[in-house]
Design a protein around this ligand. Structure first.
Ligand code: M6R
Length: 612
């Protein structure tokens, strides 16, 4: 939700670094964008409404070789995505300029107070009050004023601020929104919402914690505690992400590239964690001990969106393999419904970004109630990883497409791995079964590669169905979540109404929707519930529906009962969600692209939802 980038240093033109960074951050929000620098003794601020590629020339206007700049790409919360609401925001004297990610909850009170003192406001945003509040502080040392002002803010914020009196500094503060400092040996210092923004310059970063503030200058970071004002030590981490991973690499869209990366993503997620000969999953760095896990009598998985659907697969897999009760809950519900959890509960939060506000709040609640907490996460060092007892990284690399594909797959692999690991601790699966499972798991990347070779077949199906306005996705058992995920992908990418349903539920209501204008996408791969899903399909066909079947290769009987087929490779049932989701991702991708829509940045969405 909103992306921030800043640079101070004399090696590069700051506006160029910031504009390039904004391009990489645009997946976080793309309603409007802006850029500010210090030129001579004044501020130069350029803003525009719309996607970056359309307003780039507006943002570049007058920018030269200045050595400090901050930029912002916006996902609107307070105020429409107009130019005057775009960040950066300035004070009336145009000496201070602010970009902000988050929501200032007490902004109306502060606005009233500042208006009474004569401050004039130009936007409907909560952010603008921060520039005015900073200007209203009286201490001649701006760092002191900065702390005093920030302490008055309620809500969530990642802030980057320039002041004309400090022409090589970027001031920052963080609470409940991600913010990272990037260090480069001789080339200056960076500030950003996300490492992707600075990966082409540096991989050495400091993840800021909540309630920290300070400033960067061209050579160093100065970090303090907001509560005490005391200096804090700087902890650096070197990321293993490759800058090329955040490029399109010859693909038309990030999403298509990320779909094609999935075989390697699965290899990376499994990398070094499987001992097939002994039937073991190895998690040597895992911070939660087997003894702690053996005390657990229940698991709750919590997440949002696609990550939640991966958690639903996790529920099916963990219960089957580990014989332990598992619930999967939407984090936005879990956090407010006073759930029953205790010291014997393991709460697993799943997230690509590790920054989703509801997921973070859910894990805070779980901690407060004494649960053991664990995260399945992609982004190293993200907020979630610092709030849990143990983290299982999925190593999917940077995911730029707003619609999640490779991270979803890696999360499901994360659950499969964890279930195998726990099954050994709980002694619920024989080592022979684990060996077979591991053998099959290792074959998954090759099978996905094989499926991707046939993507043109999916394109043909997409061409036939692109103009329908409603779809029903049906799946059962392990692949009920696959149906939900397939429907979400179509919805968010092509703005077509798509419902995911457990196929056995169809006759309890949704069947009323069915007619020749509502195609059904049914997951009909080989499984113990194959016959059941088949009956549900016959019920749909009896209502004149066209049926697209996700079928296991070579299954001629299934092919005869559907109108069109999306073919997947054969695997064991518990791993089938990993293969069945691939053609559904491709189908949604192709439909969106055929409609001429913005595949990587669908309307109204943002990659990382850091507000409630
Ligand atoms: O970063 P997270 O995995 O926590 O994000 C959760 C959801 O916001 C995310 O999966 C969202 O549903 C995507 N748009 C799905 O494609």
């Amino acid at each position: 939700m909103c992306g921030i980038i800043g640079y101070t240093g004399s090696v590069f033109a700051a506006s160029k670094v910031v504009l390039d960074g904004l391009e990489r951050l645009e997946y976080r929000g793309y309603d409007s964008a802006g850029l500010a620098t210090i030129k001579g003794s004044g501020l130069l601020v350029n803003r525009g409404s719309g996607k970056l590629r359309l307003i780039r020339s507006v943002l570049e206007k007058g920018m030269g070789s200045e050595s400090v700049a901050i930029g912002h790409t916006r996902w609107a919360t307070h105020g429409k995505p107009t130019e005057e609401n775009a960040h950066p925001h300035v004070d009336n004297a145009r000496r201070i300029v602010v970009v902000h990610n988050g929501i200032i909850e007490n902004y109306l009170d502060l606005k009233g107070e500042l208006s009474a003192k004569g401050h004039r406001f130009d936007s409907q945003t909560d952010t603008e009050i921060i520039a005015h509040l900073l200007a209203d502080m009286e201490n001649p040392d701006f760092l002191v004023s900065f702390r005093q002002a920030v302490l008055r803010l309620e809500g969530a914020y990642a802030l980057a601020v320039l002041h004309v009196n400090y022409p090589d500094r970027i001031f920052f503060a963080r609470k409940n929104c991600p913010l990272i400092v990037g260090h480069s040996e001789n080339e200056g210092m960076f500030l950003g919402s996300d490492p992707a923004a600075m990966l082409s310059y540096t991989r050495t970063v400091t993840y800021l914690n909540d309630l920290e503030y300070g400033y960067i200058d061209p050579t160093s970071v100065h970090l303090f505690s907001l509560n005490s004002g005391e200096p804090l030590p700087i902890q650096k981490e070197v990321l293993d992400w490759n800058p090329v991973a955040a490029e399109k690499g010859g693909y038309r869209h990030f999403m298509l590239k990320e779909i094609h990366e999935q075989p390697d993503v699965v290899r990376n997620t499994l990398g070094g964690r499987l001992d097939e000969a002994r039937g073991k999953v190895l998690l040597p760095d895992f911070q939660i001990s087997p003894e702690q896990f053996s005390k657990i009598d229940r698991i709750v998985i919590t997440a949002c969106g696609t990550a939640y659907y991966s958690g639903l697969v996790g529920k099916y897999v963990l219960e089957r393999l580990c014989r332990i009760p598992v619930d999967a809950e939407l984090a936005s519900e879990f956090r407010y419904r006073d759930p029953v959890i205790n010291e014997k509960t393991l709460v697993i939060a799943v997230s690509q970004s590790g920054e989703t506000a509801d997921t973070l709040a859910a894990i805070e609640l779980a901690r407060a109630r004494g649960a053991t907490t664990m995260a399945i996460v992609n982004v190293k060092g993200s907020s979630l990883t610092r709030r849990v007892d143990g983290t299982l990284y999925i190593h999917a690399g940077p995911e730029i497409g707003v619609a999640s594909t490779k991270a979803y797959l890696a999360m499901v692999v994360g659950f499969e791995l964890f279930a195998l690991y726990l099954s050994e601790i709980r002694n619920t699966l024989s080592s022979d079964s684990r060996r077979e499972f591991i053998h099959e798991l290792k074959l998954i990347p090759g099978k996905i590669e094989e499926q991707l070779k046939h993507k043109e077949d999916v394109l043909q199906v997409a061409q036939k169905y692109q103009n329908y306005r409603n779809f029903l996705y049906l799946g059962r058992d392990y692949n009920y979540p696959t149906a939900l995920e397939g429907a979400l992908k179509l919805k968010e990418l092509s703005y077509i109404h798509a419902e995911g349903y457990a196929s056995g539920e169809m006759k309890h209501g949704p069947i009323a929707l069915l007619d020749r204008d509502c195609p059904v996408v049914a997951i009909l791969s080989e499984s113990s519930v194959y016959e059941k899903v088949l009956s549900n399909i016959q019920e749909a066909r009896a209502r004149d529906c066209l049926v697209i079947g996700v079928l296991t290769e070579g299954s001629t009987h299934s092919a005869s009962v559907v109108d069109d087929s999306l073919i997947t490779q054969r695997t064991i049932e518990v791993l089938s969600p990993l293969l069945n989701v691939i053609p559904l991702q491709l189908f949604a991708y192709f439909v969106s692209d055929l409609k001429g829509l913005d595949v990587d940045q669908p309307r109204n969405l943002a990659k990382s939802v850091t507000v409630e």
